[in-house]
Write a protein that binds this ligand. Structure first.
Ligand code: NAP
Length: 258
C-alpha cells in the first residue's frame, strides 16, 4: 500500500532503538525525511546512517528530550514537521510506598509534560498547513494498569486525558493525534524488566521471558517492526478519520472488548 507520505518530514523522539526506531524505520521506508533523537550519540548516529539507506534525509539530534534544553535543541533542528512521534524511556518499576513527590514529578515530566510540550510547539504549524499527524507511544498500562509501573500508570493516564480533548480540537484542521499502546515488545526495555523479574524470582532472564510470553495470547513478544508499521499507517493519508484513539498492540494480552 502506498502510504501517500513520501516527502513529508517527521520528528521521531527517542528513536535510536526499540519502538521509536521501529517507527522511524517504517516512516523512512515510506519516504519520510526524519529528524531523529536520542541521548546517546553513538547508537543514534548508527541508526541514522542505516535509515539514510532508504534514500531519505535523516538529521540526528543527540539530546535528552525530557529536558527543556534538549527539547529546545530538537525543536530548533526539526523546524516545520508534518509528523511527530513522541517517545521517551519509561519510568522505573517499584512499589507504591517507594515513590515520593520528586519521583512523580520526574515521571510526569518525561511521559506526560514532554509530549504535551512537543505538541504545543508543533501543532500550530500543522494546523497552518492543514495536515499533520501525531503519534504518542504510551503503554498498555493505560487500559490495564500494571501494579509495579505506578509511575508510568500515573503519567500516561494524564497524557491520555490531554490527548482525548486536544485531538478533537485539532481534527477540524486535518491534524490527527492518536496514541499507540504497546504491550510487551522485544526491546531493551523488555529485557531490563525481564532481568528484574529473573532476579526477584531466582530464575534466568530467558525463563522469565518464556513465562511472560505464555501470558500473551499470541504466545510471543511483539517486534519493533510490527509496531513501526502500525505507526506509519496511522501517519498515512489513509488514517485521516482515526482521531483521538488509544490503539493496543499487545498480542491480545489486554482482555477487554472496549
Ligand atoms: P528502549 O528499547 O529502551 O529504547 C528507548 C529509546 O529511547 C532509545 O533509543 C533511547 O536512547 C531513547 N531514550 C530514552 N530516554 C530518552 C530521553 N530522555 N531522551 C531521548 N531519547 C531517549 O525502549 P522501548 O521498549 O522502545 O520503549 C519505548 C517506550 O514504550 C517507553 O516509554 C516504554 O516504557 C514504553 N513501553 C514499552 C514496552 C515494551 O515492551 N517494549 C511496553 C509498554 C510500554 P538513549 O538511551 O540513547 O537516549
Amino acid at each position: 500500500m502506498d502510504l501517500g507520505i513520501t516527502g513529508k518530514r517527521a520528528l521521531v523522539c527517542a528513536g535510536s532503538k526499540g519502538l521509536g526506531r521501529g517507527c522511524a524505520e517504517a516512516l523512512a521506508q515510506a519516504g519520510v525525511d526524519l529528524v531523529l533523537n536520542a541521548r546517546g550519540a553513538g547508537a543514534l548516529e548508527a541508526t541514522a546512517a542505516e535509515l539514510r539507506a532508504f534514500g531519505v534525509q535523516v538529521t540526528a539530534v543527540a539530546a535528552d528530550i525530557t529536558s527543556d534544553a534538549g527539547r529546545a535543541e530538537v525543536l530548533a533542528a526539526a523546524g516545520a514537521v508534518d509528523i511527530l512521534v513522541t517517545n521517551a524511556g519509561g519510568p522505573p518499576p517499584g512499589l507504591w510506598s517507594d515513590w515520593g513527590r520528586e519521583d512523580f514529578l520526574r515521571a510526569i515530566d518525561a511521559n506526560m509534560l514532554t509530549p504535551i510540550a512537543l505538541m504545543t510547539a508543533l501543532l500550530p504549524g500543522m494546523i497552518d498547513r492543514g495536515w499533520g499527524r501525531v503519534i504518542n507511544i504510551t503503554s498498555q498500562s493505560v487500559k490495564a494498569p500494571i501494579a509495579q509501573l505506578g509511575l508510568s500508570n500515573t503519567a500516561r493516564a494524564g497524557l491520555t486525558g490531554y490527548v482525548a480533548g486536544t485531538a478533537r480540537q485539532v481534527a477540524p484542521f486535518g491534524v490527527t493525534i492518536n496514541n499507540l499502546l504497546p504491550g510487551i515488545h522485544a526491546t531493551d526495555r523488555a529485557v531490563a524488566l525481564d532481568a528484574g523479574v529473573a532476579r526477584a524470582e531466582g530464575i534466568t532472564p530467558a525463563e522469565a521471558m518464556r513465562r511472560r510470553a505464555l501470558t500473551i495470547p499470541a504466545r510471543r513478544y511483539g517486534t519493533a517492526a510490527e509496531f513501526g508499521a502500525a505507526c506509519a499507517f496511522l501517519c498515512s493519508v489513509h488514517a485521516g478519520f482515526i482521531v483521538g484513539q488509544n490503539i493496543l498492540l499487545d498480542g491480545g494480552a489486554t482482555n477487554a472488548t472496549l
